[in-house]
Design a protein around this ligand. Structure first.
Ligand SMILES: [Zn+2]
Length: 294
């Protein structure tokens, strides 16, 4: 068994493959051996992600003991849940049976927590019609998430789907009288109006486009970016694509709305990798200036 260190090529979602190759070359000068070492770059923090390359001859790759898909060029994608533990470990098993390991730290985040000195708002009394409807909606969402397409969106630097005000952060949470409510599972972008078009942040395949409003998500649109990574867009007023469509980065896919449970028009964008909930802000970086303001 060989224990090798992991090459960490800095943070920054903007790390492109070209830069990564350049870093790889520099790393080889520092003793990086692609036959046994991993390359890894991204945002190694809770809600973050990383792209990497497995050592040559990797037959089986695991991340924290779960198998991870590898592309034909040995590239892979992993990500870290909002409540992820502080350590990540990659293990590659080679064709000859040799094992290569790489461990790294996953930095904790200070989430925006609001303490409310009152109990949670009482929910509506149980309603069997609602329960049945909700069960159907969740079944569709879960079925959509199980679809995995051969699409390379996971390799791209994500775009902001729309320019607007960041009206809700991923991971924020209210604690009612000591009882934590569920945290905010996405990032909210508000433009102040319904009907603003938004675009695909990366290449993908449409895996769900709800014709009728879901009870919480409203008109939900979901896109698979490949390798277990997907985006969901909630509260849309309209969709410009249908299930099964291949969409390209920057393509117009829908309009912002306030359908479902929303207090005003906004785009709620959430990203998941497998069961891990991720922070979209760590995929796109700080809100850019309006493209027309040079
Ligand atoms: Zn939201």
């Amino acid at each position: 068994m060989i224990d090798r260190r992991l090459l960490l090529a800095g943070g920054g979602a903007a790390l492109g493959l070209g830069l990564w190759r350049a870093r790889g070359l520099a790393a080889e000068a520092l003793g990086f051996d692609p036959a046994v070492d991993f390359a890894l770059a991204g945002q190694m923090t809770q809600g973050g992600w990383a792209r990497g390359r497995a050592p040559l001859g990797t037959r089986l790759l695991t991340f924290n003991r779960k198998p991870v898909q590898i592309a034909s060029d040995r590239s892979f994608f992993i990500a870290f849940d909002r409540d992820s533990g502080a350590r990540g470990e990659l293990v590659a098993e080679m064709a000859g049976g040799a094992i290569s390991r790489g461990g790294f730290a996953i930095t904790p985040r200070a989430w925006q927590i609001e303490r409310i000195p009152l109990g949670p708002k009482p929910g509506a009394p149980p309603n069997p019609d609602y329960a049945r409807r909700r069960e159907g909606e969740l079944a569709r969402i879960n079925a959509a998430r199980r679809i995995d397409h051969m699409i390379d969106g996971w390799r791209q630097k994500f775009l902001w789907p729309v320019y607007g005000r960041l009206s809700g952060r991923f991971g924020s949470q209210r604690i009612y009288n000591g009882v934590p409510g569920s945290y905010h599972s996405g990032m909210d972008i508000a433009t102040g109006a319904s009907g603003t078009p938004f675009v695909a942040p990366a290449d993908g395949v449409v895996i769900l486009a709800a014709e009728a409003s879901f009870s919480l998500e409203g008109r939900l649109l979901m896109i698979d970016h490949g390798m277990g990574l997907n985006s969901a867009f909630l509260h849309c007023s309209a969709h410009a694509v249908k299930e099964g469509d291949v969409v390209r980065q920057g393509q117009y896919i829908g309009k912002i709305g306030a359908t479902g449970r929303a207090t005003g028009p906004h785009l709620h964008w959430s990203i998941k990798w497998r069961d891990s909930r991720l922070d979209p802000l760590l995929f796109v970086g700080a809100l850019p200036q309006r493209p027309d303001a040079k």
